[in-house]
Ligand binder design. Structure first.
Ligand SMILES: C[S@@+](CC[C@H](N)C(=O)[O-])C[C@H]1O[C@@H](n2cnc3c(N)ncnc32)[C@H](O)[C@@H]1O
Length: 264
C-alpha cells in the first residue's frame, strides 16, 4: 500500500513507541473497552492498532480468534503481530480497512482519528465493518489540558517558538462534540460521549525527555527537528513546566471518547 501520511512519524519499533506514548495507551485501553461495552463472546477490530496496547486488552477479554487489527505502519503491524500471535493483524489504513463488511461487533480507534487524513471516510469504513447494531468507538487525547505530557511539551515549545506546531492547534477531535459530529456524518447512531483517564509514572525527568528524542508523533518529530541549542532550551523549558522534578513523578492524561451504534 502507498505510504499513509499520518503514519510517517510512527515508523518505529514498538518498544520505542512505548517509551513515549504506548505507556499511556496501556492504561487507556481497558477504560476504552469498558466504554465500548466490549465483553466476552464478542468480536472486535483495533483500527490503527500501533504495536498493540488495545489489541492486548481485547485478546484478554475476547480471545485471540475474536480480535482483528490493522495499521498502515509496517513496523507497527509487525510489532503488533509479534506481540499477539494468532491475531489477524493486517497492513491498512482507517480509510480503507482491509476487512470484510459487517464482520465484527466493535470497531475501535484508540488515539488514531487525529492522524487520519480523511476522517469522514474512516468513520464510514469503521461503520462498514461492524454488524448492524454493533459499536463504533474512538478516543483522542483531550487537547486543552487533558494530556499533561503533550500540553507541557507544547507550552514549553511555544514559550521559545510562538509558531511551534502545537497539536491542539493543528489536529482535530480532542474537543467535546468533534468525534460525535464525525460519527453522525457517517450515519452512526445513539452516540454517547465520555472522558477516559490514564497516567504514567516516570523515574526521572530524563525518562520523559528521552521519549521525545525518539522522534515519535508530532511532538517527537518537532523535537528532533530543532538545532542542538534550541533543543537544549526546550529541555530546560519542559523541565520547568513539569515542576523541576528531582526524582520520580506522574503525569495524568484525559481522552475524549465517543461510542455509537451502526443502524439495524
Ligand atoms: C498515537 S498512535 C496510537 C496507536 C495505538 N492505537 C495506541 O493506542 O497506542 C497513532 C496510530 O495511528 C496510526 N495511523 C496513522 N494514520 C492512520 C490512518 N490513516 N489510518 C489508520 N491508522 C493510522 C499510526 O500508524 C499509529 O499506529
Amino acid at each position: 500500500m502507498d505510504e499513509v501520511q499520518g503514519a510517517r512519524t510512527f515508523a518505529v519499533a514498538g518498544t520505542t513507541y512505548d517509551s513515549f506514548m504506548g505507556r499511556y495507551s496501556l492504561g487507556l485501553a481497558p477504560e476504552f473497552c469498558d466504554a465500548a461495552g466490549v465483553a466476552a463472546g464478542g468480536t472486535a477490530l483495533d483500527v490503527g492498532c500501533g504495536p498493540g496496547a488495545l489489541t492486548g486488552v481485547l485478546v484478554a477479554r475476547l480471545g485471540t480468534n475474536s480480535v482483528y487489527a490493522c495499521d498502515p505502519s509496517p513496523s507497527f503491524r509487525d510489532g503488533c503481530a509479534a506481540r499477539h500471535p494468532g491475531v489477524d493483524v493486517r497492513l491498512g489504513s482507517a480509510e480503507a480497512i482491509p476487512f470484510e463488511t459487517g464482520t465484527v461487533d466493535h470497531a475501535m480507534a484508540q488515539l488514531v482519528l487525529h492522524f487520519v487524513t480523511r476522517p469522514e471516510q474512516a468513520a464510514r469504513e469503521m461503520a462498514r465493518v461492524v454488524r448492524p447494531g454493533g459499536s463504533v468507538s474512538a478516543c483522542v487525547w483531550d487537547f486543552d489540558d487533558g494530556m499533561e505530557m503533550l500540553r507541557a511539551f507544547w507550552d514549553a515549545a511555544l514559550s521559545i517558538d510562538p509558531d511551534a506546531p502545537d497539536e491542539a492547534r493543528t489536529l482535530k477531535f480532542g474537543r467535546p462534540g468533534e468525534i460525535r459530529e464525525l460519527f453522525a456524518s457517517a450515519g452512526i447512531e445513539r452516540i454517547e460521549e465520555s472522558t477516559l483517564a490514564a497516567s504514567s509514572t516516570y523515574s526521572s525527568f530524563d525518562e520523559l525527555w528521552n521519549g521525545f528524542l525518539a522522534g515519535v508523533g508530532p511532538a517527537g518529530a518537532y523535537c528532533v527537528s530543532l538545532s542542538d541549542a534550541d533543543r537544549d532550551r526546550l529541555r530546560g523549558a519542559l523541565f520547568a513546566r513539569v515542576g523541576s522534578p528531582v526524582g520520580g513523578f506522574t503525569l495524568g492524561a484525559v481522552a475524549r471518547c465517543a461510542v455509537g451504534r451502526v443502524p439495524g
